[in-house]
Design a binder for this molecule. Sequence first.
Ligand SMILES: *[C@@H]1O[C@H](CO)[C@@H](O)[C@H](O)[C@H]1NC(C)=O
Ligand SMILES: *[C@@H]1O[C@H](CO)[C@@H](O)[C@H](O)[C@H]1NC(C)=O
Ligand SMILES: *[C@@H]1O[C@H](CO)[C@@H](O)[C@H](O)[C@H]1NC(C)=O
Ligand SMILES: *[C@@H]1O[C@H](CO)[C@@H](O)[C@H](O)[C@H]1NC(C)=O
Ligand SMILES: *[C@@H]1O[C@H](CO)[C@@H](O)[C@H](O)[C@H]1NC(C)=O
Length: 243
Amino acid sequence: MFSVMPVFAVSDVQFGRLESNVTLACGKSQIRIPIVWRHNGSSELSWHQVTSDGRLALFRVDQSAQGNYSCYDDTGLLLHSVRLRLGHPPGLLSISCQVPNHTHVRCFWRDSVKTFLSAKYNASFRGKGMEWRPCIVDLTNRHCDVQDPAFWQTIHTLGVTETNALGSQTTYIQFRLNELLKPDPPQSVFVQEVEGYPTRLRVSWRNPSSWPVEDAFPLLFQIQYRPQGSIHWSEMMLIFMNI
Ligand SMILES: *[C@@H]1O[C@H](CO)[C@@H](O)[C@H](O)[C@H]1NC(C)=O
Ligand SMILES: *[C@@H]1O[C@H](CO)[C@@H](O)[C@H](O)[C@H]1NC(C)=O
Ligand SMILES: *[C@@H]1O[C@H](CO)[C@@H](O)[C@H](O)[C@H]1NC(C)=O
Ligand SMILES: *[C@@H]1O[C@H](CO)[C@@H](O)[C@H](O)[C@H]1NC(C)=O
Ligand SMILES: *[C@@H]1O[C@H](CO)[C@@H](O)[C@H](O)[C@H]1NC(C)=O
């Protein structure tokens, strides 16, 4: 008897969506019927139909429908083979950004949809009203970096596009760099009595020396004070003007 060994080089890869109906063609040429399909070398196929032109229609595919499909004519001659990979198109990403210092923004993302397929990412970044600039992607660690962001523009937008074999999707987030950058504490903090004014104090301080005044946005300071023995704090917010 003639036996068919499922030993062949699978050249084509076809991608399909999980839970959808997928149709596989038996090559490009006109097919002589009848056609026999095999999956992973076995003639046992899940819920399917072979159409009159020899195509294999698979219904509501799940993960087990992945693998090698091969079609044969009625003499057992291999006509074509195709590898089926299943998954989902990209969904929205969950993105967060860090600003470790004035020259650097790093944004990370996670999938909200498990796609089961490998993906590529590209990202760009801009300050309000400015040109888009690339955010350099590190594919293995799923983050991207921007050097020397324009700090004087307060609202920034980052877009990350995820692309896989089934589609592409861009997620945007907006944030303010100054809310993400944690400065060092103020330096040289002094409190003095004001002579002749028993209810006044003079408070002075300097910017942290790590703060590059020329390049950075002005810091906002918060002062809290209370009389000794009181449980109630008073508070004021100040912008420090460097003289
Ligand atoms: C898949 O095919 C079945 C049978 O033809 C049909 O009832 C169903 O609506 C199809 N599903 C999708 C997602 O197209
Ligand atoms: C599918 O085909 C490839 C290439 O011939 C082979 O390496 C692989 O083992 C096959 N997989 C299955 C599940 O038959
Ligand atoms: C066929 O092989 C693929 C891996 O190549 C596997 O994911 C799938 O579950 C297998 N399905 C069957 C029915 O053997
Ligand atoms: C800013 O932070 C990045 C990432 O942590 C680091 O590589 C870079 O050297 C830092 N630059 C300065 C000026 O501190
Ligand atoms: C990613 O690249 C595609 C193709 O060049 C482009 O259309 C898309 O806008 C880019 N996405 C981002 C967030 O820059």
